[in-house]
Design a protein around this ligand. Structure first.
Ligand SMILES: Nc1nc2c(ncn2[C@@H]2O[C@H](COP(=O)(O)OP(=O)(O)OP(=O)(O)O)[C@@H](O)[C@H]2O)c(=O)[nH]1
Ligand SMILES: [Mg+2]
Ligand SMILES: [Zn+2]
Length: 296
């Protein structure tokens, strides 16, 4: 029996890497699934290059999304979430806010990467849309994935020695960034319009890569179109909105949901402009989904 880390997942097939850098194709025993890229697992070796997953070792965290229908795991044991947005195509504020909330509620440090800064015409507008998030002390790193040298210089201080997950909508340039940081990854990248015509994302599965010296791990993932957070409790949802914190102290009721209650500090702050309206609206949407999910 031996331990390794899952570096790729395709349905029930997992690629597991061992401390000696060897990699095996592994399958979960029985019907039980649920392992994610980044998980440490206990394996029984089988033959030359296969293995059975006996157990998933306790995780530090797991980032996932869920709605009423199903849930999907992004990755486990992640130190940092790189939310990749681009000047073009237009990114969704809703999805970006959800990714942030998902990270904070799972104790993962978020970082926003604004890619394609070479497309200067749309740059000012993209910056403006990120300003409310930057105001929350989320670092925004601007770069162009087409300039690998600059990408490495700008991201190295964040990536070294950590496991980072690239997450974002299709066409934002996650795989192009990966290729800039790990040239031998040779990940497929594609013009967004072409990918859309084919009706699918360019990257189809999640995979972990090792960064060259001074090291670290980087996980590339398929573009997401939804980020339901119905698995979060009310307290966890609030953790996704750290700017509410100073105002919650003023809520009259200790179990305030920050919507209809009289004497709510958050509602007052949203009305008074100290909380950005689109952030408060996102909070309401996520809470509503949570309550809908509770009814099933
Ligand atoms: N102009 C410009 N184009 C870029 C930049 N980075 C990526 N692109 C282009 O954007 C398109 C999408 O890039 P990908 O790396 O495939 O995007 P992705 O986020 O991995 O997409 P999915 O795998 O579908 O989630 C490709 O045509 C890239 O060449 C950049 O910095 N500037
Ligand atoms: Mg990709
Ligand atoms: Zn309140």
């Amino acid at each position: 029996m031996t331990e390794g880390r899952i570096i790729a997942a395709h349905g029930r097939h997992y690629r597991v890497e061992f401390p000696d850098a060897s990699v095996r194709q592994c399958f979960p025993r029985g019907k039980k699934a649920g392992a994610a890229v980044g998980d440490y697992v206990r394996i029984t070796l089988q033959g030359q290059d296969e293995g059975a997953i006996d157990a998933v070792l306790p995780r530090r965290n797991l980032l996932y999304r869920s709605d009423e229908m199903r849930s999907k795991q992004f990755a486990a044991n992640v130190d940092q979430l790189l939310i990749v947005v681009a000047v073009e195509p237009t990114f969704s504020d809703d999805l970006t806010g959800r990714a942030l909330a998902g990270a904070w509620s799972a104790d993962i440090v978020p970082l926003i990467v604004l890619n394609k800064t070479d497309l200067v015409d749309g740059l000012a507008a993209a910056r403006e849309r990120l300003a409310p998030l930057q105001a929350l002390d989320v670092p925004v790193v601007e770069l162009s994935a087409k300039e690998p040298q600059a990408v490495r210089e700008r991201l190295a201080p964040y990536l070294t020695g950590k496991t980072s997950l690239l997450l974002g909508q299709s066409g934002m340039g996650k795989s192009t960034l990966l290729n800039a940081l790990v040239p031998e990854a040779l990940a497929a990248t594609q013009e967004y319009s072409t990918a859309l015509d084919m009706g699918r994302h360019t990257t189809t599965s999640t995979r972990l890569y090792h960064l060259p010296e001074p090291g670290g791990d980087l996980i590339d993932s398929p573009g997401f179109q939804a980020f339901g957070l119905s698995h979060l409790s009310r307290e966890e949802i609030v953790r996704g909105f750290p700017e509410f914190l100073p105002h919650i102290e003023h809520c009259r009721f200790y179990n305030c949901s920050h919507r209809h209650e009289p004497g709510c500090g958050v509602v007052a702050a949203a009305r008074g402009g100290q909380i950005a309206p689109q952030r408060y609206a996102l909070y309401q949407r996520i809470l509503h989904e949570h309550e809908t999910a509770q009814r099933y």
